[in-house]
Write a protein that binds this ligand. Sequence first.
Ligand code: FAD
Length: 308
Amino acid sequence: PFDTLMIGGGPAGAAAAVYAARKGIRTGVAAERFGGQVLDTMGIENLISVPHTEGPKLAAALEEHVKEYEVDIMNLQRAVKLVPSPQPGGEHEVQFASGASLKAKTLVLATGARWREMGVPGEAEYRNKGVAYCPHCDGPLFKGKRVAVIGGGNSGVEAAIDLAGLVAEVTLIEFMDELRADDVLQKKLASLPNVEVIKGARTTEVNGDGKRVTGLTYEERASGELKTLDLEGIFVQIGLVPNTEWLQESPIELSERGEIIVDARGMTSIPGIFAAGDVTTVPYKQIVIALGEGSRAALGAFDYLIRS
Ligand code: FAD
């Protein structure tokens, strides 16, 4: 059995593995896809001290760093069930889709999250070619251009406010007849001169010229009429879904949105089981934050091990 086992090999799981291994404890990482969301990212310009890198390059660097230490990396392993130790201080078990199962005294759950997609034609084709999901990451790429934000909840309205300071024009598109964001955000949005809001609209297609986004088509729901907008960027803000489906039957405490609830040391509601990164309730899902949270969870796990 492992002293500590990370489930997930994105920035959070990788950082946790490095921190744990440096304590000389038996460390493993089991991940469906080592690298995580970073593998789907093009330019990364907010990893402090690295002015510019690319997703696959960063994923390779994460793996290389983990491999500097004695860490068992088990790639292509999808966890399907968590069986916590029945008594405190015992071993927790994780079962995988492959039929394998692993035991460890402590776990760091770092299975990340995924952006909810619109599922319309052109969205996948133009991902990273105008279709974006993270305003903190990709906003500056659209400086002086026209963008749309899809979704009028808190994250959509926050994104529109954020982008309005960078880009030429923002069009926010909401499916319902009203925005769902908090009042203060809606007021702030309404005060901005370069933001237009279209409500009751269903985005039906991302348009492009084969290389990049050139616009989008939406249906005005009341009339059924199709309309198009010419623009260079589309930020999809219709939700971030934590990868916790596999924990739904476990006793681990999740928030209303399905995120794992953690304390200041990264520990979940079950002693000895920690969590880090986009899968937790910690706000602002970013690489630097996941790296920090992963490191903290590993130190939390080590602390737990020496006390039990
Ligand atoms: P993830 O990266 O999601 O990794 C999760 C890991 O868990 C993966 O290894 C996955 O395979 C594994 N996993 C999932 N489910 C299971 C399971 N059941 N069993 C086993 N393993 C499982 N952030 C920035 O800071 N800067 C950027 O420029 C930036 N750009 C982005 C661009 C895009 C297109 C996307 C999608 C995200 C971007 N982000 C960016 C966000 C950043 O990628 C995430 O915040 C970060 O990757 C979170 O790390 P994580 O380790 O928590 O989760």
